[in-house]
Write a new protein. Structure first.
Length: 105
């Protein structure tokens, strides 16, 4: 089990918590408000493509599965208060160091 000191993590992430809120209901979000196609849609497409069993179908299945993951990551980034369209080294220069530090644990 990895223990992370909350203050250390907060200092590294430098997240603006002024608009952050916590609710008891675990379904307090709607991922379809921000995105025209949800990660669930991409998974449905991937499953349909997989059953084609052709080279093109399998390639499309893999591509749509990757899109589902990308969409979910974008949603998580925006849910945490970051702009997922500008989530890069220039906008958040320390993010690579933070990710690499916690991946190596």
């Amino acid at each position: 089990m990895v223990q992370i000191k909350l203050n250390k993590l907060l200092n590294k992430l430098k997240i603006d918590w002024t608009n952050f809120f916590v609710e008891e209901d675990c379904r307090c979000y709607d991922d379809e408000l921000k995105f025209d196609i949800s990660s669930k849609d991409f998974l449905i497409f991937a499953k349909g493509d997989y059953y084609c069993s052709t080279k093109q179908g399998l390639t499309n299945a893999l591509s749509n599965a990757k899109r589902a993951i990308d969409c979910q990551v974008d949603w998580i980034i925006s849910y945490l208060g970051y702009d997922y369209l500008k989530f890069n080294d220039a906008t958040y220069p320390n993010i690579d160091n933070i990710i690499n530090e916690y991946e190596s644990v």
